[in-house]
Design a protein around this ligand. Structure first.
Ligand SMILES: [Zn+2]
Length: 572
């Protein structure tokens, strides 16, 4: 695959064809040219914005290609070094000049009239970035970065010696799918014991990060870190009070459904109580689903799903395959996981994953496919910042596609297997919705109590864990493990408050799906309509355009959960 041979979306106007955008000096020089330009008329300002966007897109694509190459071939040092060099030299070098360009833009906007309605989202983002930029915070942010790396190092180095062999954590989690209950218990306990050895280290890392974050928000003139962080994530359309509303509705409607799901599992497994190691295995003791063995089958059958869903989406997926924009097979040297990345200048999506022939692979491809369709739906917008939506909506695009595509998953399965796959998927969604609320409620508590002690933190976590469903599992004699489960959630350490996005978006995705049950054609055209706006309108309007509501109240959630419950009951 040669990502540089992609069809040209549009000839460059400002950036020289042969500019080496991996070179920090070249890049800074180009941005600096924009700094000295006259932008005092609407025409001049518009061209300036287009040129800035062209440079942003070309630069972003340069970074994307380096990143894609590295993840496709982690064992090639030259490729890895090229990416690291880009991140270490180009990214920091452009920060100051970007701050100056932002200020120049806002200054010009005071006198130059443009389409204010269209630029509303753009302008408010730029204003916020300027407001948050504080010279004295740079050093503190670097310290937080280093602590984040330390967290990764500590967690990444965890291996478990289990029954005479060294195991990684993903290897250990595979044991939880085994039908032998005793084996599961031993594996689970071995992992928990190993993790417990890092407890004090992780508590200490968190304490240091917590202090720094509170300081950073005070320096930027904020009352608390919560407010600061909401702004830095550009959360303009909801507040921490709305998040609390989300927690309440989840507790009221999702937690009881989750309890029913666990009760059903317990019954099917013929157990008197569910223990922490009983959640992953197939409750009826069947061997794992094997939907395909070759990646060409994964592509071929997914192609059929997309064709059945919508002609246009089917054609887009086919084009991605033809252009070599799918790298799906697992192979030695590839980084773990899956992602979609947009090549912003060619305006084409790329999908990376590690398919090995399991049920999850189909959902991952549908998920990343949803992100890819999103990128294509808004590819025509001339402003690169408008060619991607906010996270709370991006994940609607992807998670809704998992559900919509799931309706045609019989391309891979018999009827019984189809139901089994869809049931596992739905139960997973319910579980995650409750877990997101749990994590988010805990994070709110943390930053509302800047002077808390580790002991108070432990108590608070245990309280939230019970509240959001922990009580339905039997943790007898395992309180020490339960009390530090949050150590496993990297978001709390590395990207605080970032997580609720998944919960919010999942509620949106479920609404799309429920719409599709009533009127599939309309639901799909609304979905595509929502995607077509990219990031050019506020979050609630994006939801509205997609035929759904950005609203966490009982009014929306209660009927939604009723529909989901009905669908789940049908799959039993
Ligand atoms: Zn996603």
């Amino acid at each position: 695959m040669d990502l540089k041979q992609l069809p040209v979306f549009q000839k460059r106007h400002f950036v020289p064809e042969n500019a080496d955008l991996t070179d920090a000096k070249t890049v800074v020089d180009l941005y600096t040219q924009l700094e000295s330009r006259d932008i005092s008329t609407p025409k001049l300002l518009e061209q300036w914005m287009l040129d800035r966007s062209e440079l942003d897109a070309a630069l972003s694509q340069t970074g994307s290609i380096l990143y894609i190459r590295m993840t496709c071939q982690t064992d090639d040092k030259t490729i890895a070094d090229a990416y690291t060099k880009f991140i270490e030299t180009v990214s920091p070098a452009i920060k100051p000049v970007n701050d100056r360009l932002n200020k120049k833009y806002l200054e010009a906007r005071k006198t130059v009239t443009m389409d204010d309605k269209r630029l509303m989202v753009y302008d408010r983002s730029i204003k916020t970035d300027i407001e948050l930029f504080k010279e004295e915070n740079i050093a503190l942010q670097t310290q937080v970065e280093l602590l984040s790396q330390e967290y990764q190092t500590v967690c990444g180095a965890i291996t478990v010696n289990f029954e005479g062999k060294e195991h990684t954590l993903p290897q250990m989690s595979k044991y939880l799918l085994e039908t032998d209950r005793n084996l599961r218990e031993r594996a689970w306990k071995a992992t928990a014991e190993r993790r417990a050895k890092e407890k004090d280290k992780l508590e200490n890392i968190f304490d240091q990060m917590f202090k720094l974050r509170n300081q950073i928000s005070r320096n930027a003139g904020f009352k608390n870190f919560t407010e600061y962080q909401f702004k830095s994530y550009h959360r303009f359309d909801y507040t921490s009070d709305d998040c609390k509303k989300y927690h309440e509705t989840i507790e009221k409607y999702i937690v009881p459904l989750n309890a029913r799901i666990l009760e059903q599992r317990k019954k099917e497994m013929k157990l008197t109580s569910l223990r922490p190691w009983d959640g992953g295995v197939d409750p009826l003791g069947r061997s794992p689903l094997k939907p395909f063995s070759e990646v060409k089958d994964l592509i071929g059958k997914s192609q059929k799903i997309f064709n059945r869903l919508d002609k246009e989406l089917g054609a887009q997926f086919k084009e991605m395959d033809d252009l070599g924009l799918l790298d799906l097979a697992s192979r030695k040297g590839k980084a773990p996981g899956g992602y979609q990345n947009t090549l912003n200048e060619a305006r084409k999506p790329f999908i990376f994953m590690n398919a090995v022939g399991v049920d999850d692979d189909i959902r991952t491809l549908l998920h990343e496919g949803g992100h890819a369709f999103h990128a294509l739906a808004c590819a025509k917008d001339p402003i690169v910042d408008y060619r991607h939506g906010p996270m709370e909506f991006c994940e609607v695009a992807s998670m809704a596609m998992e559900l919509l595509g799931g309706e045609y998953i019989n391309e891979f399965y018999s009827k019984e297997e189809t139901n089994r796959s869809n049931r596992e998927h739905l139960e997973g969604i319910i579980h995650v919705l409750a877990w997101v609320a749990n994590i988010d409620a805990f994070q709110h508590w943390l930053y509302e109590h800047p002077d808390h002690t580790p002991q108070q933190r432990r108590q608070a976590w245990l309280g939230f864990y019970e509240q959001f469903g922990g009580k339905f599992v039997d943790w007898t004699d395992l309180t020490e493990v339960k009390a530090y489960l949050w150590h496993r959630q990297l978001h709390i350490f590395e990207v605080p408050f970032y997580y609720i996005e998944y919960g919010i978006a999942q509620l949106g995705a479920l609404q799309v799906w429920v719409n599709a049950k009533k009127n599939p054609a309309k639901a799909l055209s609304d979905y595509k309509n929502g995607l077509s706006y990219g990031g050019s309108i506020p979050l609630p309007e994006l939801y509205k355009a997609a035929g759904i509501e950005f609203n966490f109240s009982a009014e929306i959630i209660k009927p939604l959960v009723e529909e989901v419950t009905k669908a789940w009951e049908k799959l039993l």
